[in-house]
Design a protein around this ligand. Structure first.
Ligand SMILES: NC(=O)c1ccc[n+]([C@@H]2O[C@H](COP(=O)([O-])OP(=O)(O)OC[C@H]3O[C@@H](n4cnc5c(N)ncnc54)[C@H](OP(=O)(O)O)[C@@H]3O)[C@@H](O)[C@H]2O)c1
Length: 169
């Protein structure tokens, strides 16, 4: 059976998703959200995103890392040399999640059927990694949950789930 491909991302104003190889800010509520959604599933990421993790592979998930480097073999991950191979190697049940970064999102967005978007209501002028533009007509919002900043989460944010409009992909 064909696997359902989802993407999960935190996006600030103007599509910004990262700078200098890292996330734009620390937002604990989003890290928990990410964990809740992806736990137990296969996650696919670019080599640069993998190398941004402070403690190596994310536990409880099959970490699939895409690289063109044939000699790249970090411990505890599944390595793939093309995006198609990465998707084929996904072994865990349910959705397979594209978790970034910019190159991976751009290369896969046309195949994604569910998008778990955290909108970060903040602007980062020095961002250098961006999410691809999406056509709002191709997506419908299935859930939306807004949060104000609090003592642990410095910015306002909204969890939005989007599904590709049927009949398109
Ligand atoms: N806001 C968010 O939710 C979020 C999520 C994830 C990441 N990020 C941010 O995004 C930034 C990183 O994004 P990025 O675009 O620079 O890097 P990336 O997509 O994480 O990784 C790029 C690398 O993946 C490999 N790759 C990409 N396409 C490939 C293909 N078609 N076939 C084989 N290998 C391929 C290459 O590795 P090799 O060079 O080894 O060949 C490439 O250099 C960071 O700032 C990170 O923090 C943000």
């Amino acid at each position: 059976m064909k696997k359902k491909i989802s993407a999960i991302v935190v996006v600030a104003e103007n599509g910004a998703i990262g700078k200098n190889g890292y996330l734009l800010c620390h937002l604990p509520a989003d890290l928990k959200h990410f964990k809740d959604i992806t736990m137990g599933h296969s996650i696919v990421m670019g080599r640069k995103t993998f190398e941004s993790f402070p403690k190596g592979p994310l536990p409880g998930r099959q970490n699939i890392v895409v690289t063109r480097n044939r000699k790249y073999r970090p411990e505890g991950v599944t390595v793939a040399h093309t995006i198609d191979a990465a998707l084929r190697k996904a072994e865990l049940p349910g959705e397979v999640f594209i978790i970034g970064g910019a190159q991976l999102y751009a290369a896969t967005i046309d195949r994604v059927s569910t998008l778990y978007l955290t909108r970060l209501h903040a602007t980062f002028d020095d961002a250098d990694a961006f999410f691809p533009d999406i056509d709002p007509e191709q997506w419908r919002v299935v859930s939306e949950e807004a949060h104000e900043p609090d003592e642990r989460n410095r910015y306002a944010y909204t969890f939005v789930t989007l599904e590709r409009v049927e009949g398109d992909k």
